[in-house]
Design a protein around this ligand. Structure first.
Ligand SMILES: C[S@@+](CC[C@H](N)C(=O)[O-])C[C@H]1O[C@@H](n2cnc3c(N)ncnc32)[C@H](O)[C@@H]1O
Length: 295
């Protein structure tokens, strides 16, 4: 069978692995695997805090990351409404809702699996997960007391459109907190090793790309955010990243023992986790940041 030239050309020059369909399929198929990473369904890296977390117990660090994000939102003790843009299974939402009794939340995801299963886990809370694109949500303008994006905006390359939508839904004076990996240089300035890890990371995790940290700060300010603070928390994230080489073989052994097949998306997830580790080792090129910006 011959493959039409147009198809070959498109594939060869394909510069994104992050179409809505690819992201949706990835999370529909691979979300269940995250139980090997976190019993609480935290789909992000952790935050090491001496005395509060245990480097050997991953979930203590993953949940401390949630606490750090919650603290930075500076919510009031009264009724508050917060949006989680790219909410996964709602792990961070449940963490917040458990700690703030007057909080209600909306989570946004592209994955049907996450919306259906995540809503089951949220049953006892005033919260809902909707299947929408965080670049164009149905959330009313100036309606939320806080917005968060934990390792989700990387799927759209921390694009201007993504940041603008977060700005639109926030009430004036309220905060957006982003937790994610970013580039310290433009992709063409990366060394050979970084460049390879970066390409593979984006391909396997369906990421449009990581924003360049200084450019993202400038974009946030141009959109109208003020008091943009950039916290480089890479050393605090490193202990949870170093769990990857241990967690991956354990996951594979469990699957083999149960004689369960390993889906393509699971392989992609495992490979991406490995490339996250190799990227993290290139400290001159990559960093993990918590960004806080006020509308
Ligand atoms: C790595 S998971 C992180 C989930 C969650 N924030 C956490 O830390 O547990 C990335 C999430 O972003 C969501 N996502 C990616 N692109 C999106 C888009 N354009 N609109 C809405 N959600 C998106 C995915 O569906 C997934 O839920």
């Amino acid at each position: 069978m011959s493959i039409p030239l147009s198809h070959t050309t498109r594939t060869a020059f394909k510069n994104t692995h992050a179409t809505r369909k690819e992201i949706k399929t990835f999370y529909d198929e691979a979300t269940e695997d995250y139980t090997f990473w976190s019993q609480d369904f935290n789909m992000h890296f952790g935050y090491f805090s001496f005395g509060k977390t245990n480097v050997l117990r991953r979930d203590t660090m993953l949940n401390e990351m949630n606490s750090q994000v919650l603290k930075r939102l500076e919510l009031l003790a009264s009724k508050q409404f917060v949006a989680d843009l790219g909410c996964g299974m709602g792990g961070t939402m449940r963490h917040f809702l458990h700690r703030h009794s007057l909080l209600s939340m909306i989570g946004v995801t592209l994955s049907d699996f996450q919306a259906i299963e995540g809503n089951k886990l949220l049953k006892k809370y005033p919260a809902v997960i909707v299947k929408e694109d965080f670049r164009n949500t149905s959330i009313a303008s100036h309606s939320v007391d806080g917005a968060i994006a934990m390792e989700s905006f990387c799927h759209t390359g921390h694009s201007l459109k993504t940041l603008k939508e977060a700005h639109r839904i926030l009430k004036p004076g309220k905060r957006l907190v982003i937790g994610d990996a970013f580039l310290k240089k433009t992709p063409d300035q990366l060394c050979l090793g970084s460049s390879y890890s970066y390409r593979k990371l984006c391909e396997k995790w369906s990421l449009e790309g990581l924003g360049v940290i200084n450019n993202v700060k400038r974009d946030l300010e141009n959109i109208g955010f003020s008091k943009v603070t950039i916290d480089d928390i890479s050393p605090r994230v490193a202990p949870s990243v170093f769990h990857v080489p241990f967690a991956i073989p354990l996951f594979l052994i469990k699957k083999l023992l149960k004689r369960e097949p390993i889906k393509k998306q699971s392989w992609d997830n495992l490979k991406a986790s490995f490339y996250a580790l190799t990227s993290g080792l290139h400290m001159k090129d990559f960093g993990y940041y918590l960004i806080t910006a006020e509308k």
